[in-house]
Design a protein around this ligand. Structure first.
Ligand code: DAH
Length: 361
């Protein structure tokens, strides 16, 4: 082919292309057929472009850009039509379906905090407003922090109360969050207030109210002239913020090696509103007819604990408390089996909407 034949051939192909009525092509398949006719491996434009090598360099320089322009115009026409065809198909689909616009939209599944984390954060929030800051300690503790410095010497019978998981050497899985008291006092200078939420471990048979792994929130306040009245006021205020102003709080004398005096704190039973009689008029099985449920241990920091951390007990005083997070959560949400917290059953977990954090009334 000489160059003028080649050029005529190109014009012919160009005319064929412009004779195509793109807007009449309604399916992607028809459009593909057209593309193959011109641009496929044996398409007319492809073959013409391939034969350009038979022309001289000068002729090629002149004609190649023309051919390229026709090719790229065709390509963009095809691309534009594909888009239109897609749009048409989408509109047709929509119009052929009957849409019920009154249906509520599908809301995306949202994750949320585990109920125990929610409860822990709520507790930390309230105590935070009361000036307590967050402190943490390791889950694997040494004997000294978990026991000795807390006035629980070796062979002391109080160690039997705490069924301990022993790790190698003198390490234990911490049986309570109280060792964080020791760490905080050694790190800080009084006065200060800390809470320490976290996991604790007990070698215990698991049932509806016991778990070998559970959570506590420890509290510690050290200052001059801290009194038992400060402890009472703080805990009462805290519990009322958590459970509502109508609850009753009761302090009973108790024993902990690291506090003196020590108390166990009871909350009026939320299941029977402190009456001891359930809604079914039967004796309340939750508080065993007493109207109260034990929820935490507390007391004034023992002088021996202060001595263990190098504080002079003649100068410094303080109170401490330890609260079981599961226990509080079970009471608050009326959950009967502690194991529900650990099964990760979404049907259970999804009932706990991230609660608004309570403020003081
Ligand atoms: N550590 C105690 C326990 O696990 C709870 C406790 C009681 C903590 C009295 C305290 C406290 O800080 O003063 O049973």
């Amino acid at each position: 082919m000489n160059s003028s034949d080649w050029e005529k051939e190109l014009e012919k192909v160009a005319r064929e292309i412009s004779a195509e009525n793109f807007s009449a092509i309604l399916s992607a398949e028809d459009l593909e057929r057209l593309r193959i006719r011109f641009l496929g491996r044996k398409g007319s434009l492809t073959e013409l472009l391939r034969s350009i090598k038979d022309l001289s360099i000068e002729e090629r320089k002149l004609l190649a850009p023309k051919a390229q322009k026709i090719k790229s115009q065709l390509e963009s026409q095809i691309a534009a039509r594909i888009e239109e065809i897609e749009k048409l198909r989408f509109e047709k689909d929509i119009n052929s379906q009957s849409l019920d616009l009154t249906l509520p939209p599908l809301s995306p599944l949202r994750g949320r905090f585990h109920p125990l984390t929610q409860m822990q954060n709520q507790m930390a929030h309230i105590l935070g407003l009361m000036g307590f800051s967050w402190a943490e300690g390791p889950l694997i503790e040494d004997d000294e922090h978990n026991f000795t410095a807390l006035n629980i010497p070796e062979h002391h019978s109080a160690r039997d109360m705490l069924d301990t998981f022993y790790v190698e050497g003198s390490k234990v899985m911490r049986t309570h969050t109280s060792p964080v008291q020791i760490r905080a006092m050694r790190q800080k200078k009084p006065p200060f207030r800390i809470i320490s939420p976290g996991r604790v471990f007990r070698h215990e048979a698991i049932d509806a109210t016991h778990s070998a792994v559970f959570h506590q929130v420890e509290g510690l306040y050290v200052d001059k002239n801290v009194s038992f009245a400060d402890l009472k006021g703080t805990l009462e205020e805290f519990l009322k913020a958590l459970f509502g102003p109508e609850i009753k709080v009761r302090f009973r004398p108790s024993y902990f090696p690291f506090t003196e005096p020590s108390a166990e704190v009871d909350l009026s039973c939320l299941f029977c509103s402190g009456t001891g009689v359930g809604k079914d008029r039967h004796p309340c099985g939750i508080c065993k007819k007493t109207g109260f449920i034990e929820i935490l241990g507390a007391g004034m920091v023992h002088p021996n604990v202060f001595k263990a951390v190098g504080y002079d007990p003649e100068i410094w005083s303080g109170f401490a408390f330890g609260i079981g997070v599961e226990r509080i959560a079970m009471l608050k949400w009326q959950i009967k089996d502690i194991r529900d917290f650990y099964q990760n059953d979404v049907r259970f977990l999804s009932q706990f909407k991230d609660a608004e954090l309570p403020l003081f009334a």
